[in-house]
Design a protein around this ligand. Structure first.
Ligand SMILES: [Zn+2]
Length: 266
């Protein structure tokens, strides 16, 4: 069964969590996330948002191999199941994640990476005076589709440089919204299959680095109310020849489960 709630509800809920107006065409906010933030912050809003975007970790992978995700699961307390959008490929799904609109509105409807002109969470943050950064690997979707905004882009050749920069930015404590993209599970899943030791090792690496970011946020962002998300774009499935793929209208590709945590200021 497909998850009933569309990924397009996330964006307005993230804006709501930060106490800013949603991007102007975004779908209504995800009620579970808004209720969670309101409860954890006693009606206050977050002033920091840190989104970790691992690529292609399917809900079925997360649920079949919970031991690989222990460090993420124990550092988060809200599960948000989503149905991502079609076609379930990276730029289409991240386009919806941060605009809150369906692909026919943001305009990316296949695997291509033009700059999205539709109003996005980055634009909404910037209008509200927030400082934003994207940290991502060169040529990946997240490095390209939200270019041309008044914000900072830290683009590197390797995932190690991406994650080291993300740690540095957390410690510097200067950005209100940081989005960090890691494509390692996706690339190993395509090359070796979703349940290969190679790919599952990368999934565990995603969980571990998210835990490291969480530890740093707890240590260095104590003056802030922070919302942290472990937020993938789509799932994946095994194809003939044991390789992995995604992009189809099927549960394995469309069902994802995000994890969130509020760190209140202290
Ligand atoms: Zn992807």
């Amino acid at each position: 069964m497909l998850n009933p709630i569309s990924l397009d509800t996330l964006c307005a809920a993230l804006a709501d969590a930060m106490g800013i107006d949603a991007p102007n065409q975004a779908a209504a906010p995800n009620e579970a996330l808004s209720a969670y933030v309101a409860e954890k912050l006693n009606g206050e809003r977050a002033d920091r948002l840190f989104m970790y975007n691992p690529d292609a970790i399917a809900q079925w992978v997360y649920e079949k191999y919970p031991q690989l995700f222990t460090e993420t699961t124990k550092r988060t307390d809200l599960s948000l199941p989503f149905c991502t959008v079609m076609p379930s490929v990276t730029p289409v799904c991240f386009g919806t994640m941060y605009t809150g609109v369906q692909p026919e509105v943001h305009g990316i409807r296949k695997y291509e990476k033009p700059v999205i002109k539709t109003d996005s969470l980055f634009d909404a943050m910037i209008r509200a005076g927030k400082k934003c950064a994207i940290v991502a690997e060169k040529d990946c979707s997240m490095a390209m589709i939200y270019l041309d905004r008044e914000m900072d882009y830290y683009i590197y050749e390797t995932i190690e440089e991406v994650n080291a920069k993300a740690c540095e930015l957390i410690i510097r404590d200067e950005y209100d919204f940081i989005a960090v993209y890691n494509g390692n599970y996706d690339s190993f899943m395509h090359r070796y299959a979703p349940e290969s030791i190679e790919a599952l090792g990368e999934a565990r690496a995603n969980s571990e680095i998210f835990a490291t970011f969480s530890v740093l946020i707890e240590r260095y962002w104590g003056k802030h109310n922070t919302l942290v998300g472990f937020a993938m774009d789509h799932g994946c499935h095994e194809i003939d020849g044991k390789l992995g793929s995604h992009g189809l209208d099927m549960e394995e590709d469309l069902n994802i489960v995000h994890r969130y945590r509020i760190y209140p200021k202290h």
